[in-house]
Design a protein around this ligand. Structure first.
Ligand code: ISL
Length: 579
């Protein structure tokens, strides 16, 4: 077989430092906490971890606002702790990826402080400064109508130097000016090589397609007449110099043999996606596409979380789009259902813990994501079926800047209209980014073993920790956790059809059952999933052509061939030699 780089057949476990494990009783997770759980992580059968930002930061966006790339946020630990984490992983045969956040820094980074200090500061041009526009009445306006991803204008006025700076995210996250080659060199040295020299294996790259903006920063088209601030993603994503920057960056990465997975928002055309991830382009090893996790998200221009009804058809189309990236191309991609920006998959696509279908749907979703081509990513807590925060919790339990800004904005714009507010709250309860950030549930003691009993945690521990926790599921061979370990192992055993197989949908117009095949030169994998709470009839033998199948995985004890029960899923493997 041709040589396959380690990351293609890999399963990668994502860790959110604030919420994984607190080792020193301050209610916030930390690096030593992660180190204390490396044997557990290894036991999942994964090959690598991706650790979300732990760099020093004022935490306006949970560390995606970096104040110093070369030091660690003190509540998380020290650089020495991070070195120990790398060593601890390598000693167990786990590789390590860190998060690389270089579209913007924190406003407290010394680069920005110097840039802001005066209009002729040597670092003025390291960020994106522009003069105000004035209307006939002499009123000051931002340079263009771009909307920030977290709401409001993407520009912030600086009183002392009388100019605006650009921030695509919150105002405490000024965008770096990638057009300046000295800025780029400093980014490579400080954010990348500092850690690569310590033996890091690769990066998850934040917002990787936003560094090059449309020349002249023109106004975005008017798509929402209710606000002056318009969605400008087509103007700040995939700009003209993007590929030049990534080629320059990959020269640094290749010196260390480091792999990359880039987050690629707002890029749907397959040709555009492939321009980032084909081997021949040498840009990124793989990307995160959001088609699947965006199913059921609304199109509210202020906030994309207003829920929308979805059917299996939406999932099928999304899967088809992401699988096209690897189908017969030399490109590569990823398979995932959760990350730190999503709500919990079981709460969105399955049944929550109050239902007896909680475990069933969790197992079905595990089979689903693990059977897709590309590199598999599992988010902390997904392996035990953690669910969204309880709906009884007040809005004050939600800490994320995106949730807070959204709720506050609705409050201001509607003068606190109760109906509008309850709608906003419902949206956050279903799709807010906070849900994946609740403390990891390790055991059934108060605080769930995340930290000592009685300690106030930075986000509240979920009420259901006695039911859903690692300890309870570890020694139960029927548990979701055991199922996840098994499914990761099965995928590992048949990488050609699981990670590399060519995807094709079956039963293309079924609104309840998602069925597809994955084909390699030797094997055919058939997957069937009932995404509803009702029984669905399905003739597996004649319609799906199951000949002498081996059942690789299932979430009900028996296997009738003509029906799928609520949230039932199965994976069948066939050898071409036998058909
Ligand atoms: O553009 C968006 C919303 O308008 C999103 O798709 C956005 O691109 C995405 O949320 C980017 O996320 C990443 O960068 C953010 C950070 O808050 C997230 O946690 C991170 O995953 C800013 O650094």
């Amino acid at each position: 077989p041709p040589w396959v780089p380690w990351w293609k057949n890999a399963a990668i476990y994502q860790i959110y430092p604030a919420s994984y494990k607190d080792s020193n009783g301050d209610g916030v997770g930390d690096i030593q906490g992660i180190i204390s759980r490396l044997d557990y992580i290894k036991s999942l059968g994964v090959d690598a971890i991706w650790v979300c930002p732990f760099y020093d930061s004022p935490q306006h966006d949970m560390g995606y606002d970096v104040a110093d790339y070369e030091s660690v946020y003190p509540p998380y630990g020290t650089v020495a702790d991070v070195e120990a984490l790398i060593a601890g992983c390598h000693a167990r045969g786990l590789r390590v990826l860190f998060d690389l956040v270089i579209n913007h820094t924190s406003y407290l980074h010394t680069w920005f402080k110097e840039s802001r200090a005066s209009n002729n500061s040597p670092k003025r041009d390291w960020y994106i400064w522009r003069p105000a526009k004035y209307d006939k009445a002499g009123t000051r306006h931002p340079p263009n109508n771009w909307r920030s991803c977290f709401g409001g204008s993407a520009w912030e006025w600086d009183e002392s130097t009388q100019e605006y700076y650009l921030h695509l995210f919150c105002k405490e996250q000024p965008d770096l000016n990638w057009e300046n080659s000295a800025t780029r060199a400093a980014i490579y040295e400080s954010a990348m090589e500092f850690w690569l020299r310590k033996g890091l294996d690769g990066f998850r790259i934040d917002t990787v397609n936003m560094y090059s903006k449309a020349p002249g920063l023109p106004d975005a088209p008017l798509t929402n007449s209710q606000t002056p601030w318009q969605d400008a993603s087509t103007l700040y994503c995939n700009g003209p110099r993007m590929h030049e920057y990534l080629r320059e960056m990959s020269e640094v990465l290749e010196r260390y043999g480091a792999m990359t997975v880039g987050e690629l928002p707002n890029t749907s055309a397959l040709a555009d996606v492939l321009s980032y991830v084909t081997a021949k382009e040498r840009q990124l090893n793989m990307i995160f596409q959001f088609d699947i996790v965006n199913v059921g998200m609304g199109l509210d221009p202020r906030y994309d979380a207003i829920p929308r009804d979805w059917t299996v058809h939406d999932i099928r189309q999304a899967v088809q789009r992401v699988q096209a990236i690897t189908n017969g191309t030399d490109g590569w991609s990823t398979a995932f259902l959760e990350n730190h920006d999503t709500a919990r998959a079981i709460s969105r696509f399955g049944c929550d813990e109050t239902s007896e279908l909680w475990e069933q749907s969790g197992k079905m979703l595990a089979m689903f994501v693990a059977s897709l081509s590309g590199t598999l990513y599992v988010y902390q807590g997904q392996e035990i079926g953690m669910v969204n925060a309880p709906v009884t919790w007040p809005i004050s339990e939600y800490k994320d800047v995106e949730s807070q800004n959204y709720y506050n904005q609705v409050q201001q714009e509607t003068g606190g209209d109760p109906l509008a507010l309850s709608r906003a709250k419902a949206a956050i309860q279903h799709l807010g980014r906070d849900h994946g950030r609740l403390p990891m549930q390790w055991n059934g003691t108060p605080n769930a073993g995340f930290t000592e009993e009685g300690v106030a945690t930075w986000m509240s521990v979920h009420d259901d920790y006695e039911k859903i926790n690692v300890e309870r599921q570890t020694f139960n061979s029927d548990s979701l956790l055991s199922f996840w370990k098994a499914i990761v192992g099965i995928r590992k055993k048949h990488p050609r059809v699981f990670a590399h197989g060519v995807f094709a949908p079956l039963e293309g117009d079924n609104e309840s059952v998602l069925a597809y095949e994955k084909v390699s030169t030797e094997q055919r994998l058939v997957a069937v999933f009932n995404f509803t709470k009702e029984k669905q009839a399905l003739d597996l033998v004649t319609r799906l052509g199951l000949k002498k199948p081996v059942t690789l995985a299932k979430n009900y004890a028996d296997e009738p061939v003509d029906v799928l029960r609520p949230f039932e899923g199965r994976l069948y493997l066939m050898s071409h030699y036998l058909s």
